[in-house]
Write a protein that binds this ligand. Structure first.
Ligand code: BGP
Length: 462
């Protein structure tokens, strides 16, 4: 049986500015929170590798794009680094950065690769972080101004804009679980940060619409379908509803419906930590929902009713549910994430049924594997059969969801090339294209050649 995808399906992959661009000595880029954290705490980063030396796209983008063209991508997502374009986060625009992004997007277009451009991928400019970052309402205004600068500069080249990638991640990792700067643990701050991110996204969408830009604007969310341990047990079920409200609907509802989930509003009211807001700002959120939703899918979340004693002194999302370790789960041992292919289908069906079947696409899905060098053949090609299987199994479910009416327009894998990954740096490799970090040489992996066939056929044999 052949899984045939709709005409004009988006095939490609994703990356982000901070994970690929790298720095040049004495460049004019401003510091982001990552540059700052690496400077103060290099030991936090796997093998001490920081964001200054990534895959050096700033000088090697042509080679990346050549490989993507060879595979046959018709689209590719990356992000503009706010701190590269506007080193202080507001005010002056750096002309070297403008020239770089123009060339980068031009070179994509010249190869028939549609640039999908995201504006924020966890990379707060340090100058703004010093004023409170997302805790500060002024940052929201600065973000909308930055978005406007991007629309004005690159609006004639870019058809698909995204305001943010995974806005829940700066909330959870920066303000609850200490994996991103500023690594504090404070639910009240986390709620304010999340609210400001949602507002910033809506305000950027308002700017986009008011400036009459062509194309679409959306947001990219990591949706983790949430399964109760026992679906028949009402207490497990309500634990799943609350976890879903915290980690999915917190951004999905405002982005698509312009509202916040009532379960979450009740919790923050109960705890007395409702974020500071104005009626005017709430109206901006209500009236500026997305055209297009990017769905990053890696793993599900499994929960059960709260049995365990409270761990932290302060309030935490985990006060409302316990994690459930499903004994039958499949796991990617390198990343420690469960692999559950059907989750991608359940997510698309949820969007179909509960989110007005909003146009969406899979904007990230992938598998990070350590030490892939061991799979290199005599020609230097990495034989990553596991990645082919992973993508195939997920694509089969995407196909099924489309057959059943889901409005899914494309599939982007994470990632195009191997790239630098936050605290894990280069530990796990994700790309269709491998990169030798010493020589910066790019080589397409077996999965990349397999994907080339899928793109050519617009489908594959199941
Ligand atoms: C997503 C992020 C990406 C990327 C990916 C893989 O959450 O949008 O930036 O990093 O996950 O995760 P990791 O790099 O942590 O292994």
């Amino acid at each position: 049986m052949k899984h045939q995808f709709p005409k004009d399906f988006w095939w490609g992959a994703a990356a982000s500015g901070p994970q690929t661009e790298g720095r040049l000595p004495n460049d004019s880029k401003g510091a982001s929170i990552w540059d700052h954290w690496y400077q103060t705490n290099p030991e936090k980063f796997f093998q001490g590798q920081g964001p200054n030396r990534t895959t050096q796209v700033i000088t090697h983008f042509q080679e990346d794009l050549n490989s993507m063209e060879e595979i046959g991508f018709n689209s590719f997502r990356t992000s503009i680094q706010w701190s590269r374009l506007m080193p202080e986060g507001r005010g002056a625009v750096d002309q070297a950065a403008v020239a770089f992004y123009h060339r980068y997007f031009d070179e994509m277009l010249a190869r028939g690769i549609e640039p999908f451009v995201n504006l924020y991928h966890f990379d707060m400019p340090m100058a703004l972080q010093n004023e409170g970052g997302w805790l500060n309402r002024e940052t929201v205004t600065a973000f909308a101004e930055y978005a406007q600068v991007c629309f004005d500069l690159f609006g004639d080249k870019v058809n698909h804009w995204f305001t943010q990638n995974e806005p829940i991640v700066p909330v959870e990792m920066g303000y609850l679980y200490q994996q991103h700067y500023p690594a504090v643990v404070d639910l009240a701050q986390a709620v304010q940060v999340g609210y400001h991110e949602a507002l910033a996204s809506a305000l950027a969408i308002q700017k986009f619409r008011r400036s009459g830009c062509k194309g679409t604007i959306g947001i990219i969310l990591n949706l983790t379908p949430t399964y109760p341990k026992d679906p028949q047990n009402p207490a497990d079920q309500s634990a799943a509803v609350i976890a879903d409200a915290f980690f999915n609907r917190s951004f999905l509802d405002p982005a698509v419906k312009g509202t916040f989930p009532k379960e979450l509003v009740e919790i923050v009211d109960d705890l007395g930590i409702r974020p500071v807001t104005t009626a005017e700002d709430l109206a901006v959120i209500r009236n500026n929902t997305v055209d297009l939703l990017g769905v990053n899918y890696y793993q599900p979340r499994r929960v059960q009713q709260k049995h365990s004693p409270k761990q932290a002194m302060q309030p935490m999302p985990e006060d409302y549910f316990d994690a459930y370790d499903w004994p039958d789960k499949k796991i990617n041992p390198y990343r420690g994430w469960e692999i559950y292919e059907k989750g991608i289908y359940d997510t698309l069906i949820n969007l179909r049924d509960n989110y007005n079947n909003i146009p969406c696409f899979i904007s990230e899905n992938g598998m990070g594997v350590e030490d892939e060098e061991r799979f290199k053949n005599e020609e230097g090609v990495i034989e990553d059969a596991y990645r082919i299987q992973f993508v195939k199994d997920h694509l089969a479910y995407v196909h099924q969801a489309i057959q059943e009416g889901a409005h899914c327009l494309g599939y982007h894998m994470w990632a195009a090339t191997d790239n630098w990954s936050w605290l894990n740096a280069f530990k796990n490799r994700y790309g269709f294209i491998s990169i030798d970090l010493d020589t910066q040489k790019r080589t397409i992996k077996r999965s990349g050649y397999w994907f080339k066939e899928v793109i050519r056929e617009n489908g594959f044999d199941a």
